[in-house]
Design a protein around this ligand. Structure first.
Ligand code: GTP
Ligand code: MG
Ligand code: ZN
Length: 309
């Protein structure tokens, strides 16, 4: 039997079969994919082969080749990672300027990760209904910055999605598998419900005290808007994995840095303190946003940490 993983609940996997039915399946303890050290060997979006045991239990015996997979960064720099989903066509990144605050390093790390996999990102600035004037200006600045880098951006209110906006988003998602991503509390599940047209995923207010989400969604799950239009709701995360970027490679995944970096004096310039670095000059003259350069350095720092482990 072949199927598609649509939900995980820790130990059990929910698998959609070709005939439209769903079964529960399990993986054996020693099941690992070569080269990937993750806490979950199988992820939502994986195509799998199942074998039924005489007692009726379904074991996952094989995983189809992945076109890509999106990894959550581990917090403690252990080598373990957690795969949020596999085989996605695009990522919809939800960003909130406030309630909660989304950091630009978080945004840029996701963009770099997706750039490395060739996965397009749609940037949705959510909760525009509750922004103060200053936050709105900051949002406009960021939307302009990222549009200028070639990303699709939109300001939305998922909690009160207008019919026009909904139609627009649905047309961007039609025929694709879209991973909803972002920090806890930014409104991923709220948006999912708005697009489905019914309350399917659980949502909850963010904490007033910490101005952060409460990790309401705990496992990834795939929802079908149509047979070939799929949304994957994911748990809110703090950071994205960068798998094994090489130091010289990091700049390739920042569109602005990559474009300017070709004019650096040295071909292997890391844009930190080298003479004749075109990137440093562009940062100094405001042609590359300081926040982007900061994010770049943060990813470069990851590579150094790995080197010393
Ligand atoms: N004012 C306002 N509130 C919103 C909007 N979208 C979502 N919210 C609220 O934000 C809170 C968090 O929304 P969720 O959809 O649970 O957030 P999430 O991203 O799924 O969070 P996790 O599952 O923890 O990752 C809920 O109280 C929503 O009603 C919006 O556009 N405007
Ligand atoms: Mg959620
Ligand atoms: Zn340089």
């Amino acid at each position: 039997m072949n199927g598609l993983i649509i939900r995980t609940t820790g130990s059990a996997y929910h698998v959609l079969l070709a005939d439209g039915s769903q079964v529960e399946a399990f993986v054996k303890g020693n099941f690992r994919i070569k080269g990937i050290r993750s806490t979950n060997p199988v992820a939502v979006g994986d195509r799998v082969r199942l074998e039924q045991q005489p007692d009726g239990t379904n074991w996952i015996t094989e995983i189809g080749d992945r076109s890509n997979y999106i990894v959550r960064r581990s917090t403690n720099l252990s080598k373990q990672s957690h795969i949020l989903a596999a085989n996605v066509d695009q990522v919809a990144l939800l960003i909130t300027l406030n309630y909660p605050v989304t950091a630009t390093t978080f945004i840029d790390r996701l963009l770099a990760t997706c750039e490395a996999y060739g996965v397009p990102v749609i940037m949705l600035f959510n909760k525009e209904d509750i922004l103060g004037e200053e936050e709105r200006q900051e949002q406009n600045y960021l939307m302009q910055l990222y549009s200028s880098l070639g990303y699709t951006t939109a300001a939305i209110s998922a909690a009160d999605l207008s019919a026009d906006r909904r139609a627009e988003l649905l047309s961007l998602m039609c025929g694709k598998t879209t991973l909803l991503s972002g920090n806890s509390g930014v409104g991923k599940s709220t948006l999912l419900n708005a697009l489905c047209g019914e309350q399917r995923a659980k949502t909850a207010p963010i904490s007033d005290v910490h101005n952060q989400g409460k990790h309401t969604t705990t496992f990834s799950e795939m929802y079908f808007l149509a047979e070939d239009t799929r949304l994957i709701d994911t748990p809110g995360i703090r950071g994205f994995g960068t798998f094994d970027f090489k130091r010289e490679e990091v700049g390739h995944y920042f569109r602005d840095i990559f474009a300017v970096g070709r004019q650096c004096r040295f071909g292997n310039c890391l844009h930190t303190d080298e003479p004749g670095c075109a990137v440093l000059e562009a940062v100094e003259h405001g042609r590359i946003a300081p926040s982007r350069y900061t994010s770049y350095l943060s990813l470069l720092g990851d590579c150094d940490e790995r080197k010393y482990r």
